[in-house]
Design a protein around this ligand. Structure first.
Ligand SMILES: [Zn+2]
Length: 451
């Protein structure tokens, strides 16, 4: 069984599912008020790889990832731009799913929107108030964190150091600086829902705990997100459930940061920081490969050098896949020792860099076998490489000659537009290709597309 580093335990531990053969996981999704950034891309890829690997391992995975569609930042942006919050949400949520599709991230089994769960959120806040763990102030309802034993577990810090680390509260009605808002009373003109404490909206931490428990039930298997969410967001979700005696996530998994070297980046890729821009400038698969080549808890470095190296590796993998397809190898079961090596690295806290090394060695061995005219030796190894690629969600082996005539025409027209420096036309054709489900990349020899 797979072992993962559990933030609550502070060590690597086996994932023991609530129901044999099934894994239920909740990964905090975006607040949709801005373009997705590289950190969003990373957590989405890390948990997509984990999900795909679990599915490849035979588990049925129930994957919930929410959309936070009511929030201070959404309201702020809507006011600044003089449009309703719904319009801000619609624009940035569409951008989010577009980026996820381009990254090849599988859609969640459920993608709950916070505004669809306000009634059960009000109910949960009410129960915390009734239990004497939450209290009303002039601007909302707050959770009294220090009433829960072990508050700070996911921060791996004591309550004293957490208290000292908080900025002096602006709102002096809070009983402790670590108390957090469950309900925020609405100011005039803000989106609001009725509640026993007046019209308002739920706090972010309340949204996730309610949606996770509603869709996955008590004691669901795994809660994940970027490590910046471990505290306070995940800890504040956890203690709401604990305070009501409800079993929450069995395992807590967090991924590391993205390091962007803007100086190196600007050399050849332009100075950008958003995921959308990265996807516009390079083969989207390169980000998945970079994420796979780093351990999920380590920082991943995104700069022109690392992206270029990933693109070159993908080109070699594409070439390899075309060669294998052309070789017409005999049917063969995947080489068991290769698959076992891959599995042992993945089961060991998702050691994807080692797993990618197994892939690279296997590809090399297939190429050698083909060079030496040994198709029967190449076939089981090629089948094992295909298993690995599928398990981590990497698609390789584009065959430009197999494009349909309409796509070939679009590619040719785009290359002509680029040659004329007609970027507007080139971008429009790119959008048209992407709308047709193609991943588009610019190479020295022109536009290349693959599914
Ligand atoms: Zn969340």
């Amino acid at each position: 069984m797979i072992q993962l580093f559990d933030t609550a335990l502070g060590r690597v531990a086996p994932i023991e599912p609530r129901t044999p053969g099934q894994v239920s996981m909740y990964v905090c999704g975006p607040t949709v008020y801005d373009v997705p950034h590289l950190g969003h891309g990373r957590f989405s890829l890390v948990f997509d790889v984990l999900r795909r690997y679990l599915e490849w391992s035979g588990f049925e995975v129930d994957y919930v990832s929410n959309i936070t569609d009511v929030d201070d930042n959404i309201i702020k942006r809507a006011n600044e731009e003089g449009r309703p919050p719904d319009a801000v949400v619609a624009e940035y949520e569409a951008m989010w799913w577009n980026a996820m599709d381009r990254l090849g991230v599988k859609r969640p089994t459920h993608d709950p929107h916070a505004t669809a769960y306000v009634a059960p959120m009000v109910e949960l806040v009410g129960r915390l108030v009734d239990a004497g763990i939450a209290y009303e102030t002039s601007d909302g309802v707050y959770f009294e964190s220090e009433q829960v034993d072990g508050y700070g577990l996911l921060a791996r810090q004591s309550i004293d150091s957490l208290r000292a680390g908080e900025r002096v509260a602006v709102n002096d009605e809070k009983r402790s600086p670590v108390d957090f808002a469950l309900w925020k009373k609405a100011k005039p003109g803000e989106p609001s829902w009725p509640s026993p404490w007046g019209d308002g909206r739920p706090g972010w931490h309340t949204e996730c705990v309610v949606m996770a428990l509603d869709l996955l039930g008590e004691g669901f298997d795994l809660h994940g997100g970027g490590q910046d969410l471990a505290f306070p967001h995940h800890e504040n979700e956890r203690v709401q459930a604990v305070a009501l005696g409800r079993a929450f996530a069995r395992h807590w998994v967090h991924n590391g940061f993205v390091e962007v070297d803007r100086v190196k980046m600007s050399k050849s890729l332009g100075n950008f920081t958003t995921l959308t821009e990265l996807l516009d400038h390079t083969d989207a698969r390169a980000y998945r490969l970079l994420v796979l080549q780093s351990h999920y808890r380590s920082p991943v470095e995104v700069n022109a050098d690392t992206v270029d190296r990933a693109v070159r590796t993908l080109e070699r993998l594409d070439e390899y896949a075309r060669r294998v397809a052309a070789a017409g190898l005999p049917d063969a079961a995947a080489d068991a020792s290769v698959v076992d090596r891959f599995r042992s690295h993945m089961d060991d806290d998702l050691q994807t860099p080692a797993a990618m090394a197994v892939l690279s060695d296997t590809v090399r061995d297939v190429n050698i076998a083909l060079d030496e005219g040994r198709p029967d030796d190449a076939a089981p190894l090629a089948a094992a490489a295909a298993e690995i690629l599928g398990a981590v969600g990497l698609t390789v082996g584009t065959d430009d000659e197999a494009l349909d005539p309409a796509t070939t025409d679009l590619v040719a027209r785009r290359d002509a537009a680029r040659a004329d420096h007609d970027w507007a036309t080139a971008d429009a054709i790119r959008a048209e290709l992407e709308a047709g489900g193609w991943v588009v990349k610019d190479t020295p020899s022109g536009t290349q597309v693959h599914r």
